[in-house]
Design a binder for this molecule. Structure first.
Ligand code: HEC
Ligand code: HEC
Ligand code: HEC
Ligand code: HEC
Ligand code: HEC
Length: 509
């Protein structure tokens, strides 16, 4: 059998071109099988290896196959023999004689072709499967995707595949994603991609379709208690607590409802953003029970836009021209790729006990150390170290001497914090990717819950402090400060009483 195969191969590789073809096909096949085995056994795990083997193998394999008939054509031209005569000269009489199903040679060629097609189909399906693994998406283009990969692995969705959120259902979405993948590879090769990668992602798979596979609005009810610890900039880095009871109900029309009201059945909020980043609203509409829409308009944005347009189209602000229906991503834009702010990052690590606030002025100095501007990661690591060490050596020499291990630990944690959040090669700085979940600095919810947006009847979208959350403590010494007895001599007495009553009456509903 093997003997027959070799005879066939020798005959097929009629000249140098044919021989090269057979060699390429065979070699690429063997390499592919070896690499696949190595990957299956876990000997090699790098995504690059997969990328190379899946991109290069089929190409070389097909090239080799194409060379074989080309070799035959050349041989025919050079010898002047017809195809049949060449066949006769290469194969034995018995092989070329036509039988009932065609000659043995024809049968062999047919069988080999089928086999080759099968190999290609298997390789292609292995490739498609491989390209859907987060490991591939996250690491094949290392520099570009590294920030997303790092943040993804620490997120609540670390076990959800990238393609589950980024590629839609069906063949069309698959082809779309491969085409856009090809464009991205070209951009990486030609070094023409944008840094940082622009956000929002305009072709993200529809959020309702994606997210609602695992979370759906009916599941949102009641309140979610959240205590946020901040640490003051004093010597002791004194803790301060803010506790919110977030009203996360979705409800239905007419029922008690809250934050997920926007995505509940029957409800629709849509908007026209005045910029590409969707941080400024031109107008917001909400569907009324009769199917009409009530519109809240920001006249200042519209007027600024009109005058910008009048002064020349180049400055007109309508980057985002499409009207968009609010969905999960308008609030949870950082559901997976979660970047921290410098002060919040330090607060989290003090809270988790990674940074020891027994060191004087730890919070203040830690934030200063990681917020410095550094040219690259090596300089950052060195800069953070010298900032912390110099501070204690100069101002607290006795601490520098006795607590050096705590300082070393703080330096290591802060260096790690910096690496996790800052990616100079992609121009990702503190605050490049902001979260919309909240209203720090006036963005987030306050893009719409903003008195500047007005309906024709003068009404606005509520920005009442207890619309979205009860407040049980705000930068207070205890996490549930406002649930305790109010101090009648304090200037916060009325507010304290009010917030307590609001929470207790809301819970009883
Ligand atoms: C749970 C859903 C989810 C998963 C899983 C997920 N992403 Fe994302 N991704 C998002 C959302 C949401 C955005 C932000 C969209 C926006 O702001 O418009 C985003 C944005 C991005 C961006 C644009 C840059 C940015 O941060 O805004 C890139 C690149 C990206 N994701 C790559 C990946 C890669 C690679 C993986 C897998 C390692 C992955 N994503 C997994 C939901 C997801
Ligand atoms: C394949 C299932 C799956 C998909 C798809 C998915 N999630 Fe999740 N999500 C989870 C799981 C599981 C958790 C809980 C993780 C935990 O408790 O640590 C979670 C947690 C969350 C949380 C709570 C995080 C926290 O800190 O408590 C939010 C918010 C969230 N997901 C939003 C989204 C959004 C927005 C999308 C769509 C872009 C999405 N999820 C898509 C499975 C999924
Ligand atoms: C109007 C803004 C907004 C929209 C739209 C929105 N969410 Fe939320 N969601 C929030 C806020 C605010 C919270 C509470 C904040 C927190 O958990 O820190 C929350 C909490 C959650 C949680 C955690 C709930 C829990 O019990 O811990 C999940 C899961 C979630 N949202 C998923 C979704 C999904 C899926 C969608 C789309 C169908 C969606 N959200 C739409 C603002 C929104
Ligand atoms: C794109 C605009 C937009 C954004 C962004 C937005 N909202 Fe809203 N929200 C609305 C509109 C419009 C209404 C309804 C106003 C009305 O009743 O006419 C509303 C209503 C609400 C309500 C009251 C629901 C009820 O029971 O009637 C809550 C609570 C709420 N939003 C919370 C939030 C939170 C929390 C965020 C940020 C995480 C947020 N919203 C972000 C547009 C927005
Ligand atoms: C439209 C809904 C909405 C309104 C109105 C609103 N908030 Fe918030 N607020 C939120 C959400 C959402 C968060 C983020 C919760 C989280 O971290 O998950 C938040 C966070 C906060 C925080 C914690 C910030 C931090 O990280 O330390 C404070 C304090 C706060 N709100 C106070 C207020 C006050 C005071 C008002 C009235 C001026 C107000 N909020 C109005 C939705 C709202």
């Amino acid at each position: 059998m093997l003997d027959r195969y070799f005879r066939f191969v020798r005959a097929v590789s009629i000249n140098r071109i044919g021989l090269l073809g057979v060699a390429l096909t065979t070699a690429s096949f063997i390499t592919f099988v070896l690499l696949e085995l190595a990957r299956l056994l876990g000997v090699v795990t790098q995504a690059y290896v997969g990328l190379i083997s899946y991109m290069a193998f089929p190409a070389i394999f097909i090239l080799g196959l194409l060379l074989i008939p080309i070799g035959w054509k050349r041989a025919q031209q050079q010898t002047g023999l017809s195809g049949q005569e060449l066949l006769d000269s290469k194969f034995g009489e018995g092989d070329t004689r036509k039988g009932f199903f065609g000659s043995r040679v024809a049968l062999s060629i047919g069988a080999m072709t089928l086999l080759n097609l099968l190999i290609l189909v298997i390789a292609t399906s292995r490739m498609l499967h491989f390209m859907e693994e987060p490991n591939f998406c996250g690491t094949a283009c290392h520099t570009v995707m590294n920030p997303e990969w790092v943040t993804y692995q620490e997120s609540p969705h670390a076990r959800v595949a990238c393609v589950d959120c980024h590629v839609g259902e069906g063949v069309e979405a698959l082809i779309d994603s491969k085409l856009s993948g090809l464009r991205q590879i070209m951009a990486v090769v030609s070094d023409s991609y944008e840094r940082p990668i622009p956000t929002p992602v305009h072709n993200l798979r529809p959020a309702r379709e994606t997210c609602e596979k695992c979370h759906w609005p009916d599941k949102f009810y009641g309140q979610k208690l959240k205590t946020i610890a901040h640490f003051a900039e004093d010597e002791a880095s004194t803790p301060e607590y803010t506790t919110l009871a977030l009203k996360i109900d979705s409800g239905r029309r007419g029922e008690v409802s809250g934050i997920h009201w926007h995505v509940a059945e029957d409800n629709e909020v849509r908007y026209l953003a005045a910029n590409d980043t969707r941080t400024k609203m031109a107008w917001v509409e909400v569907r009324q029970p009769d199917g009409s829409y009530k519109r809240y308009t920001n006249r200042r944005v519209l007027e600024a836009d009109a005058s910008a347009e009048a002064s020349g189209p180049a400055t007109a602000g309508h980057g985002a021209d499409a009207v968009r229906t609010l969905d999960c991503i308008d609030c949870h834009n950082r559901a997976t790729h979660i970047y921290e702010e410098a002060d919040v990052a330090v607060d989290h690590r003090i809270e988790r006990g990674l940074l020891d606030r027994a060191l004087p002025y730890l919070r203040r100095e830690a934030v200063a150390a990681i917020s410095g501007s550094y040219a690259n990661r090596e300089q950052a690591a060195a800069g953070i170290q010298s900032h912390m060490e110099n501070f204690y050596r100069r101002n607290h020499p006795e601490v520098a001497r006795t607590e050096s291990s705590k300082i070393d630990q703080a330096v290591a944690v802060l260096q790690e914090t910096y690496q996790r959040n800052i990616h100079p090669q992609m121009r990702i700085e503190w605050g490049t990717y902001r979260s919309h979940l909240g209203h720090k600095g006036g963005g987030g919810c306050f893009r719409c819950h903003d008195p500047a947006l007005q309906a024709d009847d003068g009404s606005t979208i509520s920005a009442d402090c207890t619309l979205c959350h009860s407040i049980l403590a705000q930068d207070s010494p205890a996490a549930f400060a406002y649930l305790g007895e109010a101090d009648s001599t304090s200037q916060d007495f009325r507010m304290h009483e009010y917030l307590k009553a609001e929470f207790l009456s809301y819970s009883r509903k």
